[in-house]
Design a protein around this ligand. Structure first.
Ligand code: ZN
Length: 149
């Protein structure tokens, strides 16, 4: 069993109001050269959570969702993150609930686990120990995980 230290939250970088399946994201990730979908969980706008049973990666399996941190992390992606092509927190109330619920159950299995957003793992360019907005490689997951979760 690999050591799990981190949950990394992502958005699918897709327009608010549209849903995409595990199959859709699997095919996008295959186009990028991944073997299959890179995430362990997918959270749909209606609050449904897809996991390994629905075709996402199983937790013992290393994901493909964040450069440099895949080995010790679990990747959770909510569908959305864009509003009129601009990064935005498009999570529906059902997605917010589902995400909190999923994190709570993972925390009961891994009490020491840390939760971050994808953008919080950007490179600290000026080396001050804080990842600032201008250092984000991308906006994913389009909300501040530290204050919102
Ligand atoms: Zn991401």
């Amino acid at each position: 069993m690999r050591t799990i230290k981190l949950i990394v939250i992502h958005c699918s970088d897709t327009e608010s109001g549209k849903d995409y399946s595990v199959e859709d994201i699997t095919s996008w990730h295959k186009q990028r050269g991944f073997r299959t979908i890179g995430y362990h969980f997918l959270i749909h706008p209606d609050g449904e959570i897809d996991g390994a049973k629905q075709g996402c990666r199983s937790i013992p399996e290393i994901g493909a969702h964040v450069r440099g941190y895949n080995r010790a992390s679990i990747g959770i992606c909510y569908i959305g993150g864009l509003l009129y092509s601009e990064p935005a927190d498009t999570r529906t109330p059902a997605q917010i609930d589902a995400l909190r619920c999923l994190i709570k159950s993972l925390e009961s299995i891994y009490p020491e686990i840390e939760i971050v957003g994808h953008r919080d793992l950007s490179v600290d360019l000026n080396g001050d120990g804080v990842i600032q907005k201008q250092e984000w490689m991308k906006e994913c997951p389009s909300f501040d995980v530290k204050t919102e979760l």
